[in-house]
Design a protein around this ligand. Structure first.
Ligand code: C5P
Length: 400
């Protein structure tokens, strides 16, 4: 399953230095199976030439309203017919102003008016141009007209200044465009997740932890965003980048994770516990580094609270999903956990199939039985899990 396979995207490129990132974006889209029609404005063509886009897309590049290559000579209408999205990246301050006012004096601005597909724009400009009240007014108008504004990011700019106005990176635009094409199966829902390991301190430098990479939890958080949810993720110590659109809260220990979860819980529709929470913590964390002394050392451990079980037992519990990573007898343990913790769904996997790697093979256990998802990239597995959660929630709504 790949949202771009067989789809056609129209990419408008206006005149900004960030146009070079558009070339990289085209490469990613084509690699994912999309056909990309590039429309260059006159100013855009001054930054990256048509030959580059032509070579990357394997298709002719469009410039002019009066292009005779269109069969009935209506490039301004025909190009977006049947397209899945029109993305303008980079979108200059001038182009945003045109969009806000509905001007149509070149091919790209005309296409924006005469389209029947979603329009997304990725602003790129100097920070003062971005902060200018005129630009902000135009952006607010464009957003109110139903256009998705992607970014801009904060950072170093081509002019040497630092501030808001940088265009998002090609990979970020790719992810946002991908998300825009997905079915919004969790639209309007709020999702809270835990992810990664916990770290239970023994002294200032040592602690108990496990080898959870956090990748599955992070992929699920992103898949929930793609499905239209508002997502908060409480993450144990992992060095992964925060998925786009996810509100991340960092914690170390199980107790901190529990506290953050309880604080964020009110108003959540779904709770997905992906974190590999340490079952025990040292009874006392030493204030100073423990020195080597005798030949053996005995640690006294206390049991950690089971965050998921506690959330699921509440009378106002959201839709609760647990994970079961087992080394054998997956079905027995996973279904046992589902019943014991009163969960709607348990995602089970054998540790040898998923821990640390980029792929995972999981089985979903719910009241109706077991459903096997085939081995796939964790991002793809996450989308499968989200689709299952959405269908179970829909079922529940139907039963009420
Ligand atoms: O019982 P077990 O630890 O195997 O259950 C795993 C599931 O419970 C996972 O979803 C995990 O995130 C959650 N869990 C938790 N708090 C704990 C232990 C596990 O939320 N202390």
């Amino acid at each position: 399953m790949n949202e771009f396979q067989g789809k056609r995207i129209v990419l408008g490129v206006t005149g900004g230095v960030a146009a070079y990132k558009a070339a990289e974006l085209v490469r990613l889209l084509v690699k994912a199976g999309a056909a990309v029609d590039v429309v260059l404005t006159a100013a855009g063509a001054r930054f990256v030439g048509a030959a580059t886009f032509q070579a990357l897309t394997g298709r002719r590049v469009w410039h002019a309203m009066w292009d005779e290559r269109m069969e009935i000579g209506m490039a301004h209408i025909d190009l977006t017919r049947g397209a899945s999205a029109l993305l303008v990246a980079p979108a200059t301050a001038d182009f945003l102003a045109k969009l806000a006012h509905g001007l149509a004096d070149d091919l790209l601005s005309t296409l924006c008016l005469a389209r029947d597909c979603p329009l997304l724009v990725a602003p790129a400009m100097n920070r003062q141009m971005w902060e200018n009240p005129a630009t902000q007014r135009n952006v607010a108008q464009v957003r109110a007209d139903g256009v998705s504004i992607l970014g801009p990011a904060h950072g170093e700019q081509a002019c040497g200044e630092v501030g808001d106005g940088r265009m998002l990176e090609a990979t970020e635009l790719f992810d946002d465009l991908y998300a825009s094409l997905r079915v919004k199966s969790l639209g309007g829902k709020r999702v809270l997740l835990t992810a990664g390991p916990t770290f239970e301190a023994l002294d200032p430098v040592r602690g108990l932890s496990n080898s959870s990479s956090g990748k599955m939890g992070f992929a699920l958080a992103r898949a929930c965003v793609e499905a239209g949810a508002q997502v908060t993720m409480v993450a144990g110590p992992v060095a992964l980048a925060t998925p786009r659109g996810v509100n991340r809260l960092n914690v170390q220990s199980a107790l901190q994770m529990r506290e953050a979860v309880m604080q964020e819980l009110p108003g959540q529709d779904v709770f997905i516990a992906v974190a590999a929470v340490a079952d025990y913590r040292p009874r006392k964390a030493a204030a100073q580094k423990i020195k080597k002394s005798a030949s053996s050392l005995t640690l006294e451990l206390d049991a950690n609270p089971d965050i998921l079980a506690e959330v699921a037992a509440r009378p106002d519990a959201p839709f609760c999903v647990g994970f079961a990573a087992e080394s054998c007898d997956l079905a027995v343990y996973a279904e046992g956990k589902r019943v014991a913790k009163k969960l709607a769904l348990v995602v089970g996997n054998l540790v040898q199939d998923g821990l640390g790697g980029e792929t995972n093979a999981v089985t979903l256990f719910d009241a109706a039985g077991a459903h096997v998802l085939p081995l796939a990239e964790k991002s793809e597995v996450a989308r499968g899990i989200v689709a299952h959660i959405a269908s179970l929630m829909e079922e529940r709504r139907g039963q009420r």
